[in-house]
Structure formats: C-alpha cells, structure tokens
Write a protein that binds this ligand. Structure first.
Ligand code: OXD
Ligand code: MN
Length: 631
C-alpha cells in the first residue's frame, strides 16, 4: 500500500528480505511467524512500508498460538500493563488500568475521509483525504520507535464463510494484540485462508515513541493527538493515540461497522450494530433474532438472556455486530464477525446477566474495574456491598477515596464467546443463521411503548430511522442526553446516512418481502413520575421475546394502532409477574401527544439529510402523522 495515496506499491520481494528485522533480542516473544511464511505480496509490501514509516525496534508477526498469548501477557505483567488475577478465582485472567484520558470511544476524533464530503454525510466528521493522510503520516513517522510492531492477521467471521472478510492490524500495543486474540479469529490459519486475496489494512499506534532512556508507562497513549480515521474508498483504517476499545481494536467498530457498512452498501449486504440470538420455544421450535440498540443499552444482556418463562431457551451468536446477506433461499442470513465480547462491566451481576458472569470466570481481560484484596475483580452492581480494601480503577485504595467509583462507568471485559454457557451451536457455522426478526430499541423514559411491530418492511425501516436514546458512558461526552441514533449506527455508519436508509429500503426489492425478517421496536426503559422503571426488565424481557416469536407466525395476539401492532390484552404472557395495571397500561398504549411531538422532532431531524432523505421514509412519517390525528 502506498501510504501516501492508498495504493499498493510495487517493490521487489528480494529487497524486502533484507529490510526486515524480527524480534531477536532477549525478552522478545518466541512464538510468531517469520517473513518466509507470508505468501501475500501486498501484505509484505504494506508491512515494509509501515516499518519504514513507524521505525519500530522489531516486528512480530502473530501466529495466534497459546504460547504467544502466554509470552505476551507475561511480558505485560512485567511492565505493569496487566495485573494477573488470582488464578484460583479467575484463571488465565488479567486486569488492566487505562490512562485516565483514554477510557472510551472518541467520536469527535473519528473521521470518515471519503473523497467527497457529501459521501460522509452530516453525521460523520470529515476531512479531505489528502490532508488527513499528510497529517497522519507526520504523526506515524517514527511513532513506534523503541517498541515492537505487531502484525495481527484476523478473520471477521468464521474462516471460510462466504460472509467473512480478512483484516490485518498492525499495532505497537501488546494489550491490543492480546485483546484482538479474544475478540477475533486470529493467527496463522487466517493467513492460509488469505493466500493472495485482499485484506483490510488497519494501522494503529498508541503514539508514544520510546526514545533511549525513556521509561514506558503501563498504558501509553497520546491524548492530545487522537485520530480514528477511515478511508472508505481505499478501505483503510488508521488509528493514532488511543489504546482503548473501539479506538484501538480496529476489527470492531472501525472495520466490522464503519468500513464494512460501506462494503455492504457497495456489495448488497448489511453490517449492523446488532446482537444475534437464537430463541427456542418449549416445543423445540427455534428462530434467530437480530437486535440493534445504542451502545451500553443492554445488547449483551439480551443476547444471553435467561428467560423468566419456563421452557424458553435463548442462545448467543453475537452481542454487538451482525453481518447479514440474502442467500439463495431468499432469506436474510447473519454471522457474528467477532469471536469475543467487549462488554460493559458495571451493572453486570448474577441477577442481571448470569451467563455473562459465568463466561468471565476465566480467560478474560478486564479493563478499568476494581481489584479486591483476594486478587479478584469488582465493579458497581456486581454485588450489593463494596468489598473492603478494594483498589479502584485508578489504582487507589477505596477507603482513601470514598467518593471515587470503584470501576469506571465504561469499564469492560473482553472474553471469548466460546466460553459462554449458552453459546449457540451455530456460532461458528460458516453458513450463519437465518434471521426471522429484527428488533430496534433505545433507552427512552417515555413515549416509546414496551414493544411494537411494524406493519411492513418499509414501516420497519422507518422505525429504524427513528431510534433515539439517552447517551451512556460508552463514548466520551455527556451521559443521559437524548440523541437521535438511527439504527443504533450513528457513530458507526461509514457513509451518508441518507444513502444508508435507502440501502435498507432496497432489501424489499432483493427478495420476496415475506421472506425478510419482521421488524419490531422495544423499550425496556420507560419510567414513571418518580423515575422508577415501569417494566422490570432483565429476565422478564423473555416475555416480550415470546410475543415477538409468536408474531412472526402472525399469531393474532395484537391490535393495530397508529404506531404499529401492540400486544392485545392477552398478548403478553404475564404468568407469575406482579406488575401494577397502571404501569402495564402505560407500557402498552399509544401516547398520542408524545408521538405527535416525536413526529415534529423527527421532521426537524430528517432535514439534516437534505435531498438524500428517502421519500419513502418521509411518506411513512406523513402517514404516521395522519393516523395519529384520527386517533
Ligand atoms: C461497544 C460500543 O463497545 O458500542 O460495543 O461502544
Ligand atoms: Mn457496540
């Protein structure tokens, strides 16, 4: 790849052989691949160019082996980047503490650098690609001095799936390497599948060169110069200055959503911020659902729910991202491109998500949670009482800093999906799973009912455009402010959102509409006058899942309202649930005035998409307004 232009350079491979220097010095990793094992010429050229630009001390090509992971984590324990947890309580698990200025995704530093600004649309930051490339080249120049440059081959999706794609991340962060091994299918096998095919190049540096005599920090980062940059035309990702989550694990938000959404638009498929779950009724009939909620709104909890209704079983395919394609049978099939979960720790408990708690019992990297005196982890909501002498995420003793939280609100666990007790048998199936229902949802304290069903694909796509939610700690910025987040993709759509809406609409022309998933909208977060939740949520959401499951087969347990189908009086299975009738009525009725305000607000919001706003969505808005008037 020509880093200045984004094309691959033609270089003689014999020249390359002499230019590489691998980690031979003492203390370097033993496992790993050498240059001769790389067959892909473009990959070799790109590695060479990055090495010339970033000037690392040495290069390590990751093989993804257990031995490599062991070496890497042992090395990070020495540098205090990782703290090993008590092996009897949590085997093969570590705690990491980030720098205080590097705790979440940085949306204001995230750019979609398309050739034309118009193609990035009004919801993305944009800068002229040539200017951005120049700025990045200056930042990356020598940025890996004194460090090892790791090359990580990874597959998004099961190896060999027709929906999967391969990426290569280059990084100078061993924490990123260890996390990528959890979050993706990573290592030698990926290179065998890659052969001479193309890959998505993902370049990352924490942006802290280590000059002679400098002592490294446990969490190096460069807060003044964070850049998370995507070039959608050349399908490249460049990330500088941050070591945290979606800023640095480039397979996740950068590739699997921003770049992949653009690929999906070009090639006729969908890359979505959605969980994928299997759901089986007591008679053994099984369906798969995908669901899009904004960050930190409970996707991980829902994806591995233990339903309150006996006999209903939920299995996990994915908790954050879905890639979906229409197959020969005319149905929409999905894979989870990821292999791990990067879940929000705070609030996760045996009450809220027992399957997650069991998954993170081993093989997990925790970031920014508390450390107990027994060498285990703790966070707010994990248990009722704060353990005595707990060290908080900043490394301070909790009794010295009573006002500080033990865990950061965006503290995370990175854990392999394969370790989840309710992992779906098809999680690794290259064919993916057929999707019967798509759910949208957000964190809304009023107006939006507990559940509603769209009346058509077009109406469902309209519902997707209306998603809005109170903001959470997953991204830097104010928490609890209502913001529009269409399809829960606001920070993740790699092109103009108006075109994205049109892309969604186009699926009804790609297949028989009756074969497409039915679309629903859920809201677990409605509150009463005293700010108490009206719906108990968590396991009880299984009741809503049952209604959705049955509506797919058009069971007549619904009433048609101006906003869509809502459960009728017998619709929701409320067996053994004590809920006050007033709350139930609020959860399942149409707040006409609230919706009228919603329509006004949406009409205003849609203006930002100018002439790219699809007419069909505007027609849905007009029709909704008319229906509300008649009510
Ligand atoms: C995530 C997010 O980390 O959406 O999944 O922020
Ligand atoms: Mn997410």
């Amino acid at each position: 790849m020509d880093l200045k232009k984004g094309f691959f350079l033609k270089l003689k491979s014999s020249f390359l052989m002499f230019t590489f220097f691998f980690c031979m010095q003492s203390g370097a990793l033993q496992a790993g691949l050498n240059l001769e094992q790389l067959k892909n010429k473009e990959l070799i050229r790109w590695i060479l160019q990055v090495e010339q630009l970033c000037k690392p001390d040495c290069i390590h090509i990751c093989d993804g082996s257990d031995e490599e992971f062991k070496d890497l984590t042992a090395q990070m324990v020495k540098t205090n980047t990782l703290i090993p947890l008590n092996g009897e309580l949590r085997p093969n698990s570590f705690l990491s503490r980030s720098c205080e200025e590097d705790v979440a995704r940085v949306e204001d530093r995230t750019f979609i650098c398309s050739m034309n600004q118009r193609d990035a649309g009004p919801t993305n930051n944009w800068k002229e690609p040539a200017k951005m490339r120049k700025q990045l080249l200056e930042l990356f120049e020598g940025s890996m001095r004194g460090r090892t440059m790791y090359v990580i081959p990874f597959s998004m999706g099961p190896l060999g799936s027709s929906i999967s794609h391969i990426g290569i991340q280059i990084t100078d962060s061993p924490y990123v390497v260890a996390s990528m091994r959890i979050m993706t299918r990573m290592g030698k096998e990926v290179l065998n599948v890659l052969e001479n095919n193309s890959f998505i190049p993902c370049l990352h540096s924490v942006g802290v060169p280590l000059d002679k005599g400098m002592v490294d920090k446990p969490w190096p980062c460069n807060p003044e110069n964070k850049y998370i940059v995507h070039f959608p035309e050349t399908k490249e990702i460049w990330s500088f200055g941050s070591g945290y989550g979606g800023n640095a694990l480039l397979a996740k938000k950068c590739f699997a959503l921003r770049i992949a959404s653009k690929m999906g638009q070009e090639e006729g498929w969908l890359a979505e911020h959605m969980l994928i779950m299997g759901i089986e009724n007591p008679q053994g009939e099984k369906k798969y659902f995908a669901a899009a909620f904004p960050s930190a709104c409970g996707k991980t909890n829902l994806a591995m729910l233990k339903s309150a209704l006996p006999g209903w079983k939920i299995t996990l395919v994915g908790d954050d991202i879905a890639w979906m394609k229409i197959k020969e049978d005319g149905r929409l099939w999905a894979i989870n491109p990821e292999a791990g979960m990067f879940g929000v720790a705070v609030g996760t408990s045996y009450a809220s998500n027992p399957n997650a708690m069991d998954t993170i019992k081993k093989d997990t990297i925790f970031t920014n949670v508390g450390l107990t005196k027994e060498g285990d982890v703790w966070w707010e909501g994990m248990s009722k009482d704060t353990p005595l002498n707990c060290i908080n995420w900043l490394g301070n003793n909790s009794s010295d800093c009573l006002k500080e939280n033990i865990a950061h609100a965006n503290a995370r666990f990175a854990t392999p999906i394969s370790g989840c007790p309710c992992v779906d048998p098809s999680f690794d199936d290259p064919r993916g799973v057929p999707i019967s229902a798509i759910l949208f949802g957000g964190r809304r304290s009023s107006v939006i009912p507990l559940v509603m069903q769209s009346t058509s694909w077009q109406h469902g796509v309209f519902l997707g455009t209306t998603v809005s939610s109170e903001t959470t700690a997953a991204a830097n910025g104010a928490v609890g402010k209502l913001r529009h987040d269409p399809f829960a993709m606001l920070p993740f759509c790699g092109y103009h959102m108006g075109d994205y809406f049109a892309h969604w609409l186009s699926f009804s022309n790609k297949t028989d509409e009756s074969l497409l998933p039915k679309i629903f909208y859920v809201n677990w977060f409605m509150k009463d006058e005293n700010s108490q939740f009206r719906w108990p949520g968590f396991r009880e959401n299984g009741r809503v899942m049952k209604w959705i499951f049955e509506r797919i087969d058009l069971k007549p347990n619904a009433i048609k309202t101006p906003i869509g189908y809502l459960p009728d009086e017998q619709g929701l299975d409320l067996t053994h649930l004590s809920i006050c009738p007033k709350n139930l009525a609020n959860l399942l009725s149409v707040d006409v005035m609230g919706w009228q305000d919603e329509v006004k607000e949406l009409r205003e919001y849609y203006k930002i998409f100018e002439d790219k706003m699809p007419q069909k969505i505007l027609e849905e808005l007009d029709a909704l307004e008319e229906r509300l008037k008649k009510n």
